[in-house]
Ligand binder design. Sequence first.
Ligand code: NAD
Length: 363
Amino acid sequence: MSNERLLVKRQGDFHYPIYFEEDFSCLAQAFQDENIAGRKVCIVTDSTVGPLYENAVREALIPVSMDVTTFTFPAGEARKNLDTVGELYRILIEQEMDRKGILVALGGGVVGDLTGFAAATYLRGIDFVQIPTTLLAQVDSSVGGKTGVDFQQYKNMVGAFHQPRLVYMNMAALKSLSDREFACGMGEILKTGLICDGEFFRFVCANQEVIKGKDINMLKTMIRRCCAIKAGVVERDPKEQGERALLNLGHTVGHAVEKLMNFKLLHGQCVGVGLIAAAYISMKRGLLTEEEYQEIRNGCSAYSLPLAVEGLEASDILAATKKDKKMEQGHIKFILMDGIGKSFIDKTLTDQELLSGIREICA
Ligand code: NAD
């Protein structure tokens, strides 16, 4: 087993490991090391990931579980809801899954969020393991313990904080991911660099050919660094009372665009335009130079993220930002950049400033 695990604080002195591997061959050992071998397992996956990797994961688990079932639901955000959670509860009850049972989330952020939520609530909480298979899930949604589902048209409205027992990443699984989904993960990676590690941002921009070629060693280096940054932020502020809000860089405008486009653009693509809006506002405040602003645009464009959106009115985007969950007593908690790699929470943003950033991303 490669010795590259990252330990993330769960609670008190308890930590959970993140594995960065090239296949599923170390999964059983990971269960053993975490003392969760010999239990009933339910693999939760979606209709795209299941046919690709469920067999391999099931086989890898044979040495550590005699009883492995699978729950598969149709891929896509539309099924990240309480109905699907209900179907999963029913399967768990039928399988007589008790408090010692373990859910294994095999898939992207949708599977991870939904499985984590089911694990947080079934029998008042059971253990779960994350096997994230999208780049976005590997660098973002599988780290930090936020779980949940959408409720009616409201995204992530119902949820819980619930940390996994371990996160196991198979870098090779990214090979089957579409370019568009890969780009979405890159949006979050660029964001992470912009928040607190300018050197990492520039490293990612400089190595675009190798990264886009999905070179396994490069992916390991990049994903590990990104997880370490996110884990650090989450450890210092697990329930988003302060610093964790920095992770929302690009998300105020991004979420508004995502909603108005009726989810035709993917989350990471919307975060990309949100980053550009935030960078533009930061430049107008004199916090970023024009060259730095261009550097950020070039970084997004290098990874095929959209620089602007078509068919939306700036005023509608502005109105939609007001419905964001990130409001605090009437003020938007907006994340600005003070140079590349240094972000901060700002509560003084005027509508005029916000509108200027939004206009910059309206084609
Ligand atoms: P997703 O889970 O819908 O996956 C995207 C698509 O890729 C799906 O069709 C999936 O079946 C497919 N797929 C997954 N892995 C694949 C692979 N290896 N090969 C081929 N196809 C594969 O979307 P996502 O972008 O991974 O995650 C988005 C979700 O994550 C959203 O619901 C968002 O709210 C959530 N999220 C949560 C957090 C958090 O902190 N919990 C953070 C960011 C995003």
